[in-house]
Design a protein around this ligand. Structure first.
Ligand SMILES: [Zn+2]
Length: 281
């Protein structure tokens, strides 16, 4: 009896530990009222391949749930592509509420990537930006910040208040930076090349977005316009600020420092009143 029980337990353990199962993205997604899609699957596959090059061989790797490759629970990090059902357009990328995996809302996510650069702007392959987004979401998973998304989805009053939610976003960006730096330092040649592609894309994006802001709002820096420098909600720091911080953590050169310092100077200026009535004598 005891032996039979032990054999039964062993079989259960073999099934439960590291066995690969056929992907059924809808099984989990339906719990959250979401619906899988294959729209954008090939680009996301390419991004997953790039991001996986940065991860140590023995670490969990990203795995799309739309293909025929089985998912190994606890070994793979499932990436779900979902259609725009029961989500707001701002729910671009997020980790599921119980940290089961990463969800990309296919169409709005592609539109968001396209919006980062104007048609006459620099050419940055969207898949490279997607790879960074995956690393950011992995940061949330590692920190168990379940249910966190990529950008603010609850527009609120403009503010410059730091809080725990915003700190989690910086921390997730920080995890992505640590992975990139480790790949450059100790990774294989493929890993170094992959990290270089992502770092270059982030540098290009931060310079471009900062430059576009300066051209579009030339007076904003003078007064520290909250519209430009503050955060649009209470959950995420200003996206340009995040990019400039990430770029500075990665490159730490004069240009990255100056761009970041200028932006942070703009945030501080916005705290001052635009007009102060003269003192009566
Ligand atoms: Zn996030």
């Amino acid at each position: 009896m005891k032996a039979a029980l032990l054999i039964g337990l062993s079989v259960l353990m073999l099934i439960g530990c590291g066995s690969r199962v056929s992907p059924d993205p809808n099984a989990l997604l339906s719990v959250y009222g979401l619906q899988s899609t294959t729209n954008g699957a090939s680009d996301t596959d390419a991004a997953i391949k790039l991001a996986n090059l940065l991860l140590p061989k023995d670490a969990p790797h990203f795995q799309g749930t739309w293909g025929n490759t089985p998912i190994a629970p606890g070994i793979d990090i499932p990436v779900y592509l979902v259609a725009d059902r029961n989500l707001t357009p701002a729910d671009l990328a997020f980790v599921t509420p119980a940290c089961e995996g990463i969800v990309l809302q296919s169409v709005p996510f592609q539109a968001w990537e396209a919006s980062l650069f104007d048609s006459d702007g620099p050419t940055v392959e969207p898949l490279v930006m997607t790879a960074f987004v995956l690393l950011h979401e992995l940061g949330h998973l590692r920190r168990a910040d379940c249910g966190k998304n990529l950008i603010a989805n609850q527009p609120a009053e403009l503010n410059d208040q730091l809080n725990a939610d915003k700190a989690q976003e910086f921390a997730a960006d920080g995890v992505a930076v640590v992975i990139l730096k480790a790949a450059v330092k100790t990774g294989s040649v493929d890993s170094k090349v992959a990290a270089g592609r992502i770092e270059m894309a982030l540098g290009t994006a931060s310079f471009y977005i900062a430059g576009r802001r300066i051209v579009a709002s030339p007076g904003a820096a003078e007064i520290g316009s909250p519209l430009v420098f503050w955060d649009i909600g209470l959950s995420h720091p200003n996206f340009e600020w995040r990019l400039l911080k990430v770029n500075d953590m990665l490159n730490a050169n004069d240009t990255s420092r100056r761009l970041l310092a200028d932006f942070e100077g703009g945030r501080l200026k916005g705290e001052q009143p635009l007009y102060v009535a003269p003192q009566a004598h």
